[in-house]
Design a protein around this ligand. Sequence first.
Ligand code: ASP
Length: 481
Amino acid sequence: MAETPPFLIEDEIEADEELRLRHRYLDLRRPVMQRALRLRHKMIREIRGFLDARGFVEMETPILFKSTPEGARDFLVPSRLQPGSFYALPQSPQILKQLLMVAGFERYYQIARCFRDEDLRADRQLEFTQLDLEMSFVEREDVLALTEELLAHLWRECLGVEVAAPFPRLPYAECIRRFGTDHVDLRYGMELTDLEEVFAGTGLGIFRKVLGDGGAIRGIAVPRGGDLHHSHLKRLEQQAMERGANGLAWVLLRERGEVESPLEKHLSPSERARLARALGAGPGDAVLMVADRPAVANEVLGALRMQLARERGLAREGDWRFCWVVDYPFFGWNSAEDRWEPMHHPFTMPAGDPGALESDPGSVTALAYDIVLNGVELGSGSIRIHRADLQRRVFDALGISGERAQERFGFLLEAFRYGPPPHGGIAPGLDRMAALMVGADSIRDVIAFPKIQSGVDPLSGAPGRVDAAQLEELGLRLSRP
Ligand code: ASP
């Protein structure tokens, strides 16, 4: 016997996502969801087979553990047996997999659940799954090569697609210069270009001021973007301003050097010609420019580039463009908190002269890498620090005092006293990988029971209240009942 379900059990439905998730057991009956989750199963089966054949050992690590920082807020679990103490759910098994290297398991992997208390988005959940792996006695290239081989295997077995390896390796600084972001999408052009030379002698007040203040003028050419309507350009400008830009300048190129633009009067014929040449743009194309601090110009144009490519269908479906981003800065400056923080995590090996950790932290690069596919960061990894003295110096540079480092990570520093092998690894996100494979917009479509943006699970109603007696047992009292 079955009642009439609240929505149709077929692929193309209009039902609100919350309703679908409330009745996820019905939603999952839809063929599209069946296909997605079965493909995810196949991917995980292939991962296991591939790594097993290469001598990797699958190991489980605790969920009730200590804070393993990956830059997010921890989920805490109060301990009944140790009143007043808390476990942290792992943001990743990072420290544990390093301990397994010290323990002599030279090749480890885990289909690992990670927990990060941060804002949910299409590609983020409070808990997500990653393929966590680690190898001893390796250099960066070994990890990259193994990952490439694994990804090529998965694309072949799951999608019947051959992807070309090795994948391009792009230094972080180059990514920012060319694409405005390290979430590189190589499926289309529209690369960011410096226009300072074009406007070196500009009569346009705002451009002159930005250049005088050491800012940047950067632009992209939108192929056949001459058809962009004024209302659309206004909307793009609005979005640019929401991202912190002062404005967005646009120029539509017409035949014979004619242009249509709010800046038209201020552009000399030679500037028009040089602008088109610098961007490789021709009649019928559009030019979008941002004059601002370099970081703002890059971020805004990088986001516009991806958005316009989406809107204009510039990326071909079935075009899989993997790439590596390498040579990351070790530290990023957190201006809100006035301190350095690691771009990856604090266990990453710095490259080059370690003296710079103290003298010039901003110049230190990391032996870290991201694997990126079609504008989506699939995962990151690094070669790790395996010496207690160097690890301590990195904690110092991050402003983690000796005492605090001892309290939080003393067990790792102690393990490093017993002949730790050099090691490194990576952790591609399985939800994102599956979502890309099935062409889903959100990782929610490849997770059996995901949560919505508010962190709520519409099916069970979690998170929920608990009995006063349970709180009492844990020695907890709510300050905001
Ligand atoms: N622990 C890192 C993460 O979860 C991955 C890694 O460095 O292997 O992002």
